[in-house]
Design a protein around this ligand. Structure first.
Ligand code: ADP
Length: 290
């Protein structure tokens, strides 16, 4: 089963072109939709999740026409929105039980089994009786995944799930997603390059509503080979380098800026070749349209 997005466009009433002729093929596995804030990721996620309409284009999932067959799509969809409003003072188990009822699991015994298994799976079983309001950011996200997985979705959409998680929580969340991605189509929207690097077999880079790159992260890195160069410079030199080079990134290493620049050939001048990583890919793509 795969998700096919063809020529999808959306302009908001205020004139913002949030999606411009977006075409993507999303196969089974983890698909990373990488883009800076405002790129159009949530608009795309909400459209695929049947929560808002597009102006033009088509979205199909197997035989389903996603833009028209809303009810059918919702049967096979799991969605973790960017802002998941969890209810304070309700326990995790009670909340999941309630959502399970809404999703049509009417038998109490079945619900108990399904909810228990999900809580185990997201490693919250020992916290099941605690109020959601007391959950940490990571626990809330894992709860969010549990609710999205109710009803065994074939298509799972997670919008910016790792923002605000500490490194340990992020890792636990990665492991959980990686496991799920073995069986279903998972679209992970994020502005965090590391999310895609660690998890995704396929990805797209989106910026200002347009798809700038699509394919395997490794291929995108290989494409850039020989064109990324690094140099450690003095803080005071940064502006001069900005004028002379296309700087992809600036990081402080031991208090000194380490810059990565995009250059078709060796810029000389003390630069060293770098094996490009996904962050270089991301910034080089975005820079090219800036
Ligand atoms: P992302 O999820 O990548 O941050 P969004 O899809 O939220 O991007 O937003 C894409 C663009 O559309 C942004 O410029 C945003 O300000 C604009 N936008 C999003 N939602 C609306 C809306 N309901 N009305 C008007 N503009 C919107």
């Amino acid at each position: 089963m795969q998700l096919e997005i063809q020529g999808l466009s959306k302009t908001y009433p205020n004139g913002v072109e949030a999606l411009v002729d977006v075409t993507l093929t999303v196969p089974t596995g983890m698909f990373g939709l990488l883009g800076p804030n405002g790129a159009g990721k949530s608009t795309l996620m909400r459209t695929v999740a049947t929560l808002q309409d597009a102006d033009r284009g088509s979205v199909t999932f197997g035989d389903l026409d996603v833009l028209r067959q809303h009810q059918e799509v919702r049967q096979i969809l799991g969605y973790l929105p960017q802002e998941f409003g969890v209810y304070p003072k309700v326990s995790a188990v009670a909340m999941l039980d309630h959502i399970a009822t809404l999703k049509g699991i009417t038998q109490r015994r079945e619900r108990r089994e399904v909810v228990g298994a999900l809580l185990q799976r997201v490693n919250l079983y020992q916290h099941r009786k605690k109020a959601l309001s007391g959950f940490s950011g990571g626990m809330k996200q894992r709860f969010g995944i549990a609710q999205a997985l109710l009803g065994k979705p074939q298509l799972l959409i997670v919008d910016e799930p790792t923002a605000g998680l500490d490194p340990g929580e992020r890792n636990r969340f990665y492991n959980l997603l990686a496991e799920i991605g073995e069986h279903v189509v998972v679209i992970l929207s994020t502005h965090i390059v590391q999310d895609v690097k660690e998890l995704c077999t396929q990805m797209a880079i989106i910026h200002e509503g347009r798809v700038l790159q699509q394919g395997m992260p490794q291929d995108a890195e290989d494409e850039l080979a020989g064109k990324v160069w690094r140099k450690s410079i003095d803080k005071g030199e940064l502006e001069t380098y900005r004028e002379r080079f296309q700087i992809l990134s600036t990081k402080l290493v031991a208090g000194r800026p380490l810059i990565h620049v995009f250059h078709e050939s060796d810029p000389q001048d003390g630069f060293h070749a770098v094996q490009p990583d996904l962050e270089d890919v991301f910034f080089s793509k975005i820079m090219q349209v800036a």
